[in-house]
Design a protein around this ligand. Structure first.
Ligand code: AMP
Length: 518
């Protein structure tokens, strides 16, 4: 294939074009060179075109993490089509919704799920179902080898779609965020520059690849820089610790960091050659930041982003990485803090809605023009749904999701403020503060507290510690000890689950609630 301008593929390929033998991914069974990756991507494009995929068509995939799955992503882009990765945890019924909504031309799934998924694919009108397993085998691989090569990359402009990623959909229907070639290129370029990625980098990749973090942040940045991945099928603390001495960087969710801190192999020696630890997708506890620094000498760099906007802000590479903040907007990205009701800009230092504008911001929700119009303003700003504050030096702090805001007795309560105080108490590992229906106050503040290993903190001790430190209306009306907080695969605490579990705490049978969510 020669390059006509396929905006994303062309740029991702530029750094490795003359380095076909350079290693793209190292995995336990050996290395995959850039030459092999792109040959496989071209063959995949040819197989998709032979299966009827036309420019702009969707190619959906629910597959195990593998380098071949990344070649499927790149092959889809080369074919001018739109990649639609799906969480491996989704049930057949859930997959049915996505296939029906996005009407892909081809759906690729794991061979072990084929029988169950064939039926939902047929019901959704998907004409071609192919398979790909975690080792890269399946009918897609067979077709790849057999397909006649296509003469050139399919040209695609910056405004054309490259991917649709469905949001995790904590409320209502899951929405398909449409991401263009330009969205992905501009964001990868901004991150390579901000985080100083080069061909010498070896990035520990233990994130899933159906989400923006593992698929775009980690993979596109590495491709654009021409570096290599130390490819992990999933996060395993032993395996990651073993790779630290030969890596230069790692990108992870906060749970990676807390699990690694619990591993005796995490030492300053083991991380001596690392230059960068990045955390995102969920808030990193200030305590984790401190412990990591004390143990390894490295300050974790926290960044902020979302499916619809790619990455928005990052702590600085050089300069203070401030715990509890996500740093500054990336190059080319604007952040505004506005009144959640009126949308009017708020004075610096005030908590408000985080809005974002820039080349990173998506092109809207797939087949949801009304939803798109609600969240993507005519002036180009996207309303993130996150609440935050800019400090005097321009660091952005996230205070929580707007929908997690608690209104108790008419007063606004920001859960993060209370969680930070509780998390700082001796004997506390972490906490989640939620609002649940209350007969007098509308919502009552409830704190779920996970004790630290061996900690003996009691609900009364938590309440006493908060007394006098924050206004009474913010103080939890109930504190409950729990063994752990429910999290999704990206490490986000699922507050909607907690709100459901404790919905009748103040309104129902006082003894009837679940006191422990293990
Ligand atoms: P997703 O679209 O699944 O990537 O989720 C995006 C959401 O994750 C954002 O809107 C934030 O609420 C949250 N998020 C991402 N990064 C951070 C961070 N560093 N701190 C706090 N929340 C974050």
């Amino acid at each position: 294939m020669t390059d006509t301008d396929n905006h994303l593929a062309h740029r991702l390929r530029a750094a490795s074009r003359d380095r076909e033998q350079a290693v793209f991914a190292e995995r336990p069974d050996g290395g995959v060179t850039y030459g092999r990756l792109w040959t496989q991507a071209e063959q995949t494009a040819a197989a998709l075109v032979a299966a009827g995929v036309r420019p702009g068509d969707r190619v959906a995939a629910q597959v195990e993490k593998s380098v071949e799955a990344l070649a499927l992503y790149l092959g889809t882009v080369l074919a001018g089509a739109v990649f639609l990765p799906l969480n491996t945890a989704y049930t057949a019924e859930e997959i049915g919704y996505f296939l029906g909504d996005a009407s892909p031309t081809v759906f690729v799934c794991d061979p072990t799920r084929r029988a169950a998924l064939d039926t939902v694919a047929a019901a959704a009108g998907v004409g071609c179902v192919l398979t790909l397993d975690g080792a890269g085998a399946g009918t897609l691989a067979e077709r790849r080898v057999a397909a006649p090569p296509i003469p050139a990359d399919v040209p695609r402009a910056a405004t054309d779609l490259a991917a649709i990623l469905y949001t995790s959909g904590t409320t209502g229907r899951s929405k398909g965020a449409m991401l263009s070639h330009g969205n992905l290129v501009s964001n990868a370029e901004a991150l390579v520059e901000t985080w100083r990625f080069t061909a010498a980098d070896r990035l520990i990749h233990a994130l899933p690849i159906f989400h923006t973090h593992g698929l775009f942040v980690a993979t596109n940045v590495t491709l654009l820089a021409g570096g290599s991945l130390l490819f992990h099928r999933k996060f395993d603390a032993d395996a990651v610790v073993a790779d630290l001495p030969r890596a230069t960087a790692m990108m992870g969710v906060p749970t990676f960091y807390t699990r690694l801190l619990a591993h005796p192999g995490l030492t300053a020696d083991a991380t001596a050659r690392m230059r960068l630890f990045v955390s995102g997708s969920a808030p990193l506890l200030a305590e984790t930041h401190r412990q990591w620094h004390a143990r390894t000498g490295h300050a974790i760099l926290e960044r902020y982003g979302m499916t619809e906007t790619n990455m928005i802000a990052s702590n600085p590479y050089a300069g203070e990485r401030r715990a509890g903040t996500v740093g500054f907007p990336l190059p080319g990205v604007e952040v505004a803090i506005t009144d959640p009701e009126s949308g009017a800009p708020l004075p610096q230092g005030t908590v408000g809605m985080i809005e974002v504008r820039g080349p990173n911001v998506f092109r809207g929700y797939w087949q949801m023009p009304d939803k798109t119009a609600q969240e993507l303003r005519a002036n180009g700003f996207f309303v993130t749904g996150d609440l935050g504050r800019l400090d005097a030096e321009g660091y952005l702090a996230i205070v929580g999701r707007a929908k997690d805001l608690i209104i108790s007795g008419g007063f606004n309560v920001y859960p993060k403020e209370i969680e930070s105080l509780i998390d700082d108490l001796d004997g506390v590992a972490e906490s989640a503060v939620i609002g649940v229906p209350h007969p007098d106050f509308g919502e009552g503040v409830v704190a779920l507290v996970v004790p630290a290993h061996g900690g003996a903190i009691t609900p009364v001790a938590v309440q006493t510690a908060l007394d006098g430190r924050i206004a009474r209306y913010k103080q939890p009306k109930r504190v409950l000890m729990v063994a752990e907080l429910p999290r999704n695969t990206m490490g986000k605490v699922q507050k909607s689950h907690l709100r459901d579990a404790y919905a009748d705490l103040f309104t129902g049978d006082p003894g009837g609630h679940k006191a422990d969510l293990t």
